[in-house]
Design a protein around this ligand. Structure first.
Ligand code: ZN
Ligand code: ZN
Length: 313
């Protein structure tokens, strides 16, 4: 696989994001940075450095819908835009979808005993959609699809970090364009997001994420081109580390459940004060650890007076 890495700044704590230019029968860009001016300049420069112009890009393929990856689809109005169908909601930003999305978060935050003032603040921040691109997908990709113009490059659906997440496995080089499934220096966050079927029922993001990691491990690839940071070659070892780390955290959550507790109570104990500024992230992680324990029959969840209450079973 002829691949050229482009490092793009983001306004987020994670730092730079990577895009990958791949020359096959078609010239494709995998991921497109955040929609900021700095990112546009870096993307343009990176494409030039590889010997091309923005106009030469024939298709943009997205690993997932997060704004650090799906922003600058807007720089390629003539290109085909490909990705999982869920991404389209964030590019189109229909009023119905945005309302549903707020309702989804409000429902789950309430259920998990998050105080009203935090909920409203969280929803306001969620409304920040300007870093997302606005050009809808022209072609949907799903699990097992081959990327057009790239024989042997196959998509795998890998939800958990994002409901829309795909990785792309090149069978010839046995490498993967991995989005945010596996990163070298940080654990990917199992964010709770509205589910693909747009109901109020949440998916079990961390359990899905762990399955996706196992899928990647089973591919036994030589290299992962990660969405942030360096390429990864010790793939299997790093996946084992990530899986074990979450298992340890789940055990800490089990210890915290010395009596029945709501999710926010567990979150406060697990993360002390950072849950105030990192509400979505910390609560998603806590729920993830509880999901692990529940899937192993160690804890149970009951709805008591409208709140999810977890206890040891
Ligand atoms: Zn992401
Ligand atoms: Zn990312």
């Amino acid at each position: 696989m002829e691949i050229h890495k482009i490092v793009i700044p983001t306004p987020y704590e994670i730092g730079d994001v990577n895009a990958f230019l791949v020359k096959g029968d078609t010239l494709s860009l995998f991921d497109a940075g955040t929609k900021t001016k700095d990112a546009y300049e870096a993307l343009k420069q990176g494409i030039n450095d590889a010997g091309y112009n923005l106009n030469d890009i024939e298709q943009v393929v997205l690993t997932h819908h997060h704004p650090d990856h799906a922003g600058w689809v807007d720089a390629f109005p003539k290109a085909n835009i490909l990705g999982h169908e869920y991404i389209d909601h964030f590019l189109r930003k229909n009023k119905d979808f945005l309302e549903y999305r707020s309702e989804f978060y409000r429902f789950h935050l309430k259920r998990n005993a998050v105080p009203e003032k935090f909920i409203e603040k969280y929803l306001e921040n969620r409304e920040e959609m300007s870093y997302f691109g606005t050009i809808p997908l022209t072609q949907l990709l799903k699990d097992q699809d081959e990327v057009p113009g790239h024989p042997g490059l196959k998509a795998y659906y890998t939800p958990g970090h994002a409901e829309s997440h795909l990785i792309f496995h090149d069978t010839k080089s046995n490498s993967v364009i991995g989005g945010d499934l596996l990163l070298e220096h940080v654990a990917s966050n199992p964010l709770i997001e509205p589910p693909v079927n747009l109901t109020l029922e949440r998916s079990k993001a961390l359990l899905e994420y762990r399955n996706s990691l196992v899928l990647l491990k089973d591919l036994q690839v030589n290299k992962v081109y990660a969405g942030h940071g360096n390429e990864i070659t010790n793939v299997s070892e790093l996946i084992t580390t990530r899986l074990e780390r979450d298992r340890v955290r789940a055990e800490q959550v089990y210890d915290i459940l010395d009596k029945p507790k709501s999710v926010i109570e567990v979150t406060q104990q697990l993360y002390s004060s950072i849950y105030r500024t990192q509400l979505g992230l910390t609560i998603s992680k806590t729920i993830g650890y509880l999901d692990i324990l529940e899937s192993e029959g160690l804890v149970k969840c009951e709805v008591i007076e409208g709140l999810n209450i977890y206890s040891r079973s």
